[in-house]
Design a protein. Structure first.
Length: 96
């Protein structure tokens, strides 16, 4: 499947497929994130298989998200995003 997107399982570096410039604020297609998402899941799976508690991994993921928003200069929007996600979880809506 990954080969369809120009992605493979070696660690020689990412091969990100061309993604059109959406420029209208819409969410980029999954293909734009497939390689990075796969690598992140591989990393978190390694932590789980190494015996780390899922709760600790989840907290680390949230911390990484806060750091990511800091790096992009977007920390001020994060509280509203997290509230929206919490509301979706509370109402059993799908969280994307």
């Amino acid at each position: 499947m990954w080969k369809d997107y120009g992605l493979d399982d070696d660690d020689t570096g990412p091969v990100i497929p061309p993604v059109m410039d959406l420029g209208d604020g819409t969410t980029p297609p999954f293909e734009a994130f497939a390689h990075v998402s796969r690598r992140m899941l591989d990393g978190y799976s390694l932590l789980v298989s190494s015996g780390f508690k899922p709760e600790a991994i989840g907290m680390a993921m949230i911390g990484a998200t806060v750091n990511f928003y800091d790096m992009l200069g977007m920390r001020e929007v994060l509280p509203n995003i997290l509230r929206s996600i919490a509301d979706s979880i509370d109402s059993d809506d799908a969280v994307h």
